[in-house]
Design a protein around this ligand. Structure first.
Ligand SMILES: Cc1cc2nc3c(=O)[nH]c(=O)nc-3n(C[C@H](O)[C@H](O)[C@H](O)COP(=O)(O)OP(=O)(O)OC[C@H]3O[C@@H](n4cnc5c(N)ncnc54)[C@H](O)[C@@H]3O)c2cc1C
Length: 380
């Protein structure tokens, strides 16, 4: 029995996503990698096609679909090597903050644009001096009458260049407890005192725009507080289950894709007069990778089902995030070996996969942080 119940509508949707990527994304991906950014227009095309934030309720301009539709988009992006078009972060990690914590006015104002692609979102937590240790952040938000004044800087912010709306974490300096001091704010592009720094050029996910953001006496209306004041840290924590799950979904899909490509390569490239796939040593490597991937796939599918049923699987998603990203890294490495010298060529897309998926062990909470969470849950 399948763990996930994909209906005909889901399957048709997957076909549409594939067709869209084939026509609108894949032919341009190399150019975007060279430019080190995807164009804004592709976000709007994604939106027009119905591939952004499919879970946004109809009331707020979305199609009101279930999370499986989002999962399909995320998987297809990974299976076509499109890590630069970072829609999963927008659709499944940031927009849900607005869906869950936004008030009626905020939802009406922002969600339709998040669905159409006219509003690209970013979430800004990391700072030059605060990565894993979020409580160590120093950006401040101080109330002044009907306004909030923000000072500080954020770094490594995905969609940092294109973003129209930032979900920003900042602290009230008057509150001593670092967790209780943190709140989330909605900051629009163009707000005086908000500026974007240079694009950060990375080893992988080159076309995914990543930037520094600066806030200097950046003044927003008090109504741009997202959710309750002082609850920012807890709101971030509450959304981690889905964030880790999405990261795991992409890791498994990436591993499946890399192995598929490698099997085809081994079948079609000879060594000592016979296809590489006929050599026992290569067969054993491929068999081991296929087993790892199957384990990851079943685990992640079960977690998707549990998550969609509203179960608390935060520990299990932490396990999945660390295990699947390590697994994908291992698969990438072995597939590279199986490709031999060809994989060292810039034009070999496997090389790009190898670089792109490397970051998965670092973002969405480092794998060591995941293990710390698991150990703590075991009372260690
Ligand atoms: C491509 C990319 C996109 C990103 N996008 C965003 C974004 O959109 N928004 C955003 O806010 N941030 C983003 N980040 C930042 C990302 O969330 C951080 O890189 C991540 O949280 C890790 O922080 P760090 O890099 O400072 O590493 P550190 O926290 O300095 O960790 C370095 C090493 O120390 C280990 N370590 C740290 N603390 C502990 C501990 N307590 N116990 C055990 N080991 C520990 C880590 O596991 C790791 O091995 C992005 C990063 C990248 C690379």
């Amino acid at each position: 029995m399948e763990i996930l119940n994909y209906t005909k509508a889901h399957k048709d949707f997957r076909k549409k996503v594939r067709e869209f990527l084939k026509k609108e994304v894949i032919p341009f991906a190399d150019l975007w990698e060279k430019d080190k950014i995807v164009p804004r227009e592709i976000w709007q095309k994604m939106g027009q096609a119905g591939f952004l934030s499919p879970t946004v309720p109809k009331k707020y301009g979305g199609p009101g679909l279930d999370l499986l539709y989002s999962i399909i988009i995320d998987e297809e992006l990974a299976k076509t090597e499109q890590y630069g078009l970072f829609a999963p972060l927008h659709s499944d990690i940031i927009v849900p903050y607005i869906i869950t914590y936004g008030n009626e006015e905020q939802k009406k104002k922002y969600l339709p644009g998040c669905v159409s692609g006219d509003i690209i979102t970013a979430v800004a937590m990391t700072e030059p001096g605060a990565g894993s240790d979020l409580a160590g952040m120093t950006a401040t938000a101080v109330e002044n009458g009907d306004e909030i004044i923000i000072n500080g800087s954020k770094t490594f912010i995905s969609n940092g260049i294109h973003c129209d709306l930032v979900v920003l974490a900042a602290k009230d300096p008057a509150v001593e407890n670092p967790h209780a001091a943190m709140s989330l704010y909605l900051v629009e592009d163009g707000t005086p005192g908000f500026s974007k720094g240079n694009k950060l050029n990375k080893m992988g996910m080159c076309s995914q725009d990543t930037a520094e953001l600066f806030f200097t006496k950046c003044t927003i209306p008090k109504t741009n507080l997202l959710g309750e004041k002082g609850k920012g840290f807890y709101m971030l924590m509450a959304k981690l289950q889905q964030e880790r799950l999405i990261c795991s979904v992409m890791a498994v899909a990436a591993a499946e894709h890399m192995l598929e490509k490698t099997i085809s390569f081994c079948k079609n490239n000879p060594v000592s007069g016979k296809p590489k796939s006929k050599s026992q040593v290569n067969q054993f490597t491929i068999a081991e990778l296929a087993t790892d991937i199957k384990i990851g796939r079943n685990f992640v599918n079960k977690l998707i089902a549990d998550h969609m049923e509203g179960k608390n699987v935060i520990i299990e998603t932490s396990m999945a995030k660390y295990w699947t990203s390590d697994m994908a890294k291992h698969v990438a490495d072995k597939c590279l070996d199986l490709h031999g010298r060809f994989a060292t060529l810039e034009r070999c897309s496997l090389l790009r996969n190898w670089r792109d998926i490397r970051v998965m062990t670092i973002f969405a909470g480092t794998n060591e942080i995941m293990k710390g969470i698991i150990a703590k849950s075991m009372g260690l």
